[in-house]
Design a protein around this ligand. Structure first.
Ligand code: GLP
Length: 250
């Protein structure tokens, strides 16, 4: 696992460049997208690159990591809405090739077919990931099996509290979600994770230095053959502190 340190704009544009390179090399790439505030600048850079004619997404297939249960795609807090609003409406991707797990209707049946659907396109070439302050990836909370595929899950109190900042009231935050599993994520051929800000420092410390355990879902990424973590100074601060204390330098 590689670690790259830079400010938010720098690491966002580096990740966008990786996506652009991937799509230019393989126009029908299968991309895995994350939501949350972390990848917003990455998506803005991708949209800009498209508008400047540096990349076309017209043959790309995309799969999103997760969705809240109970929110349909028209709900402003749904991840489908987020993706349309922050990326898909600004690039030439064919929306029928964009898969975001369904959080309404027969979502359990949908979950059980999601990994097959990904496999039917040959698997994910490049997965973008964020991270929760409790170390969750997608909505795989601490304790989730490393063998998990797409499933429906309860959200932890910490995640509900963290995500409440995006809702008017904490009582509006859904308590369940449909999420790709840890195994579904690990199946991606290449993973790039972005984390910025102090609130991610402990999770990044655990990811880099802690034990590999289901109690810290992100820790499994250390076993991935092609995973790079992009962090800013604040997110890296606890790792840096320890390295300096041990005389190892940054
Ligand atoms: C949610 C999402 C995750 C995301 C996390 C962090 O829980 N399901 O995929 O990584 O939030 O969000 P943010 O980037 O806003 O800190």
């Amino acid at each position: 696992m590689k670690v790259i340190i830079g400010d938010r704009s720098k690491i966002s544009s580096l990740i966008a460049d990786i996506v652009i390179e991937q799509v230019n090399a393989k126009p029908n790439s299968v991309l895995g997208f994350a939501t949350g505030t972390s990848p917003l600048e990455v998506y803005a850079c991708m949209a800009k690159a498209h508008q400047e004619g540096r990349v076309s997404f017209k043959s790309v297939i995309s799969f999103n990591l997760d969705e809240y249960i109970g929110l349909n795609g028209k709900h402003i807090q749904s991840y489908r809405y987020y993706m349309d609003d922050n990326l898909f409406n600004h690039i030439d991707i064919d929306k029928k090739n964009t898969y975001v797990p369904k959080g309404v209707g027969h979502y359990k049946a949908y979950a059980s077919k999601y990994d097959e659907k990904i496999a039917s396109y040959g698997g994910i070439d490049l997965q973008i990931l964020g991270i929760g302050s409790d170390g969750h990836i997608a909505f795989n909370e601490p304790g989730t099996s490393f063998d998990s595929l797409t499933h429906v899950t309860d959200l932890m109190e910490m995640t509900i509290k963290d995500n409440a900042r995006l809702f008017k009231d904490i009582r509006e935050v859904p308590t369940k979600a449909i999420t790709m599993g840890i195994k579904s994520i690990m199946n991606a051929r290449r993973i790039v994770l972005i984390a910025t800000g102090k609130s991610k420092a402990q999770a990044i410390y655990n990811l880099i230095n802690g034990p590999i355990t289901e109690e810290v879902p992100c820790s499994i990424l250390r076993r991935h053959p092609n995973c790079t973590i992009y962090v800013d100074d604040e997110a890296y601060s606890l790792v840096k502190e320890e390295r300096l204390l041990n005389g190892k330098g940054i």
